[in-house]
Design a protein around this ligand. Structure first.
Ligand code: ITT
Length: 195
């Protein structure tokens, strides 16, 4: 089964390929660069926008497209950055800029460690309609970056039950416990029904 992935984020593409265990083709290989306007008010709305935009652009009714909209939320900062995780520092910011902004926000409030959670909303677009599933991972964020594994905010995120950040832990651990792994487990149930 071939699935087109409506993402240009290299970290996500790598993880989704490893977790889905099927042929995953990033949309840019088929359509080149596309400007997808993520103006939804939730992870779910943005995942639907991405999946639908790519499904329509492919003009192939039998295509199956999956999209991931995700981010990290810190309750002590009123839920920031949440759906704005990819553009927290500024529009088009790098992962490093966004990570540094979140570290700076914690430092401003003199917070060394506080609860946080990752959300992943996955949308699947097909001729049978649009389906959505979610996954979450709870833990803490700290006011420094440790390790270089994973991507995005991983170097400052300590998953519940661990003492190291996702930047330091073996990537196999993230594969077992992540928001994306949990959401994709549910997405696989949908994909099996669409074949
Ligand atoms: P696409 O829309 O092309 O998929 P994007 O990076 O713009 O790529 P999002 O709008 O979903 O994707 O933003 C997700 C951001 O949240 C991402 O840039 C990371 O900063 C962060 N994020 C999501 N999942 C993450 C993870 O597993 N580890 C670390 N950071 C993550």
């Amino acid at each position: 089964m071939q699935v087109v992935l409506a993402s240009s984020n290299r970290g996500k593409i790598k993880e989704i390929r490893e977790l889905l265990g099927t042929d995953v083709v990033p949309y840019q290989e088929l359509l080149g660069d596309l400007d997808i306007i993520e103006n939804g008010k939730s992870f779910k709305e943005n995942a639907i926008i991405k999946a639908k935009t790519i499904y329509d652009a492919l003009q192939n009714p039998s295509a199956i497209v999956i999209a991931d909209d995700s981010g990290i939320s810190v309750p002590a900062l009123g839920g920031e950055p949440g759906i704005y995780s990819a553009r927290y520092a500024k529009e088009g910011a790098s992962d490093k800029d966004n990570l540094q902004k979140l570290i700076n926000k914690l430092k401003e409030k003199e917070i060394k460690r506080t609860p946080a959670y990752y959300t992943a909303a996955i949308a699947i677009a097909s001729k049978d309609g649009i389906f959505t599933v979610h996954g979450w991972m709870w833990g803490d964020v700290i006011d420094e970056a440790r390790g270089d594994k994973g991507f995005g905010y991983d170097p400052m995120f300590i998953p519940q039950g661990y003492e190291k950040t996702l930047g330091e832990l073996d990537s196999e651990i993230k594969r077992q416990i992540s928001h994306r792994a949990k959401a994709l487990k549910l997405a696989k149930i949908v994909l099996e029904r669409l074949q």
